[in-house]
Every structure is written in C-alpha cells, then in structure tokens.
Design a protein around this ligand. Structure first.
Ligand code: NI
Length: 174
C-alpha cells in the first residue's frame, strides 16, 4: 500500500524516532509499504518519519538506472559506527521537500550497523551515493532534514516556498 509522504514543514519531520524493540507483522507491513511508496514516488530512500511513523526504520535502493538490478535495503535501528575524514558532495533532494535540491557535504565512506526484518545483524561499508543516502535517511530518524545543513537564508526560502506549495496543494484537493 502506498502511504502519503509528509511534506516539510511538518512537526513530525523534526522529531527523534524511537528504537524498534520488536519485529512484528506491523513493522514488516510498514517496511513493504515504505518500499512501495519509495519506488512509486520515485525516490532512492525513505525513512519511517516521512510516512508519520516515529520509529527507526529506513528503506533505500540507489540503483536508479534502468539497466541496473534492484539493490534494496531495509534497515531497522541503523547506526553509523565510523565515518571517513574524506568528504563527498552530492546534490541532494528529499521526497518531503519535492523540487528543491542543494549540494550537501558529508563523510565519503561510512560503516553502518543495522538489523534486518529477520532480526539478523548486519555491518557494511558504504561509499558514493549509497553512503550519502544512508546518512540522509538516518538524519530523518533524528529529526534532521538536508536543508538543515544550509544557511538560514536558503533554508527559510525553501521553507516559505514549501508552505506555499502545501497551501496550493490543499486548495487543489478541495
Ligand atoms: Ni529525505
């Protein structure tokens, strides 16, 4: 089932998500819905708070070219255990802030630990786009958006445009 994606500004996107204690049917269902919602958008990553669930769950698939095989990840309680000194810059976007993009600098290589839906522990190193994507999604679990890395002027400009976009969207739905 495709779930509606919350749009910035929304107080739920600013809250810290809680650790997941039990992998139950509701969580598996949520992960499936998030994957479907992400592919439908389309996007390369989605965090549970973006669908209004304040739990530490993210999904991603950075294989975006048509000839690439799908490369899905579902991460429960992901944590970054190491980050490289070397930085990387990517132009980031966000499904909660559609049509706005900005170059963001982040550590180039990270090591991530997470649990999968079978309760199995994983440790993996990521670089390139996947590294940026995991960091962006884990930020969502901590109530942080990519625009929080920008200066106040740029951030306020995007926020004002998003407020207007949301008002117009609401009017269109009436
Ligand atoms: Ni995002």
């Amino acid at each position: 089932m495709i779930r509606p994606i919350l749009l910035h500004p929304d107080s739920r996107l600013k809250k810290k998500a809680v650790n997941i204690e039990n992998i139950d049917d509701a969580l598996i269902n949520l992960a499936e819905d998030m994957m479907e919602t992400m592919y439908d958008a389309p996007g390369i990553g989605l965090a549970a708070p973006q669908v209004g669930i304040l739990e530490r769950l993210i999904v991603m698939d950075c294989a975006k070219k048509e000839d690439e095989d799908p490369d899905p990840f579902i991460m429960v309680n992901p944590i970054i255990t190491t980050s490289s000194e070397e930085k990387n810059v990517y132009e980031e976007g966000c499904l909660s802030i559609p049509e706005h993009f900005a170059e963001i600098t982040r550590p180039e290589v990270i090591q991530v630990e997470w649990v999968d839906l079978e309760g199995k522990q994983h440790t993996q190193e990521f670089d390139g786009l996947k590294s940026t994507c995991v960091q962006h999604e884990i930020d969502h679990l901590n109530g942080k958006l990519f625009i929080d890395y920008l200066g106040p002027m740029k951030r306020q400009l995007i926020t004002r445009k998003m407020q207007k976009f949301k008002r117009e969207k609401l009017r269109g739905e009436e």
